[in-house]
Design a protein around this ligand. Sequence first.
Ligand SMILES: NC(=O)C1=CN([C@@H]2O[C@H](COP(=O)(O)OP(=O)(O)OC[C@H]3O[C@@H](n4cnc5c(N)ncnc54)[C@H](OP(=O)(O)O)[C@@H]3O)[C@@H](O)[C@H]2O)C=CC1
Ligand SMILES: O=C1O[C@H](COP(=O)(O)O)[C@@H](O)[C@H](O)[C@H]1O
Length: 491
Amino acid sequence: MSENPQSADLIVFGGTGDLSMRKLLPALYHCDRDGRLSPETRIIAMSRGGLDDADFRGKVDAEVRGSVPVDDLETWQRFLGRLHHVSIDIGGEDTTGWAKLTGLLAGHEQRDRVFYLASPPMTFGPFCRELHRAGLVTPASRVVLEKPLGRDLASAQRINDEVGAIFDERQIYRIDHYLGKETVQNLLVLRFANAFLEPIWNSLWIDHVQITAAETVGTPGRRGYYDHAGALRDMVQNHLLQLLCLVAMEPPARNDRESIRDEKVKVLESLRPITGGEVDRFTVRGQYTAGESGGVPVPGYLDEPDNTAPTDASRQVETFAAIRAEVKNWRWAGVPFYLRTGKRMPYRCSEIVVQFKDVPHSIFPGSAPNRLVLRLQPSEGIRLHLMAKEPGAGEVALKPVPLSLSFAETFTNRVPEAYERLLMDVLTGNPTLFMRRDEVEAAWRFIDPILREWESWGTPPEPYPAGSPGPAGAHELVLRSGRFWHEEDPA
Ligand SMILES: NC(=O)C1=CN([C@@H]2O[C@H](COP(=O)(O)OP(=O)(O)OC[C@H]3O[C@@H](n4cnc5c(N)ncnc54)[C@H](OP(=O)(O)O)[C@@H]3O)[C@@H](O)[C@H]2O)C=CC1
Ligand SMILES: O=C1O[C@H](COP(=O)(O)O)[C@@H](O)[C@H](O)[C@H]1O
C-alpha cells in the first residue's frame, strides 16, 4: 500500500482540540496503519496546555484509541511514538515553546514541513508571523488553514493578507473537509465521466436542488466557538456552498488544481445576492430547545453543559440555517437551490437531492418526477428514483423505485474518511481539493449581507425542539413554492 512516502513534520496548532482529537489524529492513524506515512514522519501538537510528549501520548491513548480500530498494538505504539507536544500560547509572553519547536525542527529542513492551523481563525495570522520570526518557514513548507476562514469578508481578507505575507499562495491549503468525502468526489465523476446527465443537467429538466447536512449531535462543550460562529458560518459558508458549486459548475477543461477552482469561483460569483427585505423571505434561522435525540432527553442549546455560561451571543446564535439560493446564469436561471443544516436533527444525513421536472404530459395516473439522491453520509451512495409499473394484470399502477448504487455493496475497499484523503494530499503537495483565496472570499461576499441583516434584527432565532426537523420556517421556505424537503431516515 506504500506510496513511497516522504518524511515530513506535521505541526498541528490546536493539536489538543476537538477537531484534532476527533478527526485529525484518527485519520493520521489510518494513514499510518495503511503504510502511507514514512517511518520518520512526526506529528507535533501545539496548545497552551502544559503537556510534555508523554502526557500528550497518554491523552491520545485514552481519548483516540477507542475511536479507531486498533488491530495490532505494535502499529498503535508506532503511531504514538510519532507524537510530540509543545506548549505555546500565541498571545503570551513565554517564548520557551518557540525555542522547543525550533530545537525539534533543527536539522530537518529538507523534510516536507506542514503547519496545520486547527486553532481559532484569529490565531492564524499571529501563528504565521511567529513561525516566520523564528525562521521556521522553509521553501518546502505548506500551511493548512481550517474553516471557517474568519467570521466575515473583512476578517477573511485580513487573515488571507496576514498568512499571504509569510506564505506564497501555492503553499496555502484552505481545507474544507466536505471536499474530501467520497461521494463528493464521485459527484464530479458522475457528472463529467458519464455522458447521459449533461444534456438534462439544467433548468429545462431540473426543478430544484436540495442540499442538506443534518446532524444529531448538539454542541456540548463548544460554546466558546459556536456562540461566535453559528450554522451559517460553521457549515453554509463553506461545506454547503462548496457542494452547490460542484453541482452547478460548468465542465472544467481538466481535472487539475486551477481548472476546477476556476469553475467554482464562477458559480459563487453568479449567486444572486440575498439582501435587505429578501433575507426574511429567503433565509431561516433556528435554535434547538430541549427535546429528544435517539429516544434520550437532551437539553436545549442554552442549557448544553459547558464551562462557560450562556451569554447574549448564545441567545442569538443559530444552530439551524436554511437558504433559498439562485445561480444567475443560462444553465440555472429560475432553479432554486435550497440549502439547510442543523444540529440536533432527527437523524444524521448529508445529501444532495436533484429534483427533476415532471413529464410534460402524463398518460399514467400517479406519476411523480424523478429524483437523483447523492448520499454523502451515512451509507454513501447514489440513488435515482424512477417510476416503474407494479407487476399485475389489472390497471397499470405506478410505483417510485430506486436504482441504487451503494458504495459499500459495490466496492470492497474501505471508504476513507475525508481527512485521510486531504491530509495525504497536503503531505504530497496536491492542492486540487483545497479552496483558493478568491473562492473563500466570494463565498463570504454572498453570506455577509445575510449575517448583517440577521444581526440587525436583534431577535432570537426561531426555536425548534431537539430531534425535530428544524423550525416551521424551514418548511414554509420550500412550501411557498409548492415544494417539500426530501425527508428519508437513512437508517
Ligand atoms: N471541531 C470540528 O469538528 C471542526 C473544527 N474546525 C475548525 O478547527 C478549528 C479548531 O476547532 P476545534 O478543535 O473545534 O476547537 P477547540 O476549541 O476544541 O480547540 C482549539 C485548539 O486550539 C488551541 N488554542 C486555542 N487558543 C490558543 C492560543 N492562543 N495559543 C495556542 N493554542 C491555542 C487549544 O488548546 P488550549 O486551549 O489548550 O490552548 C485547542 O488545542 C476552528 O478553526 C474550527 O472552525 C473545522 C472543521 C470541523
Ligand atoms: O466543519 C464542521 O463539520 C462538522 C460536521 O462534519 P461531518 O463530516 O461529521 O459532517 C460539524 O459538526 C462542525 O460543527 C463543523 O465545524
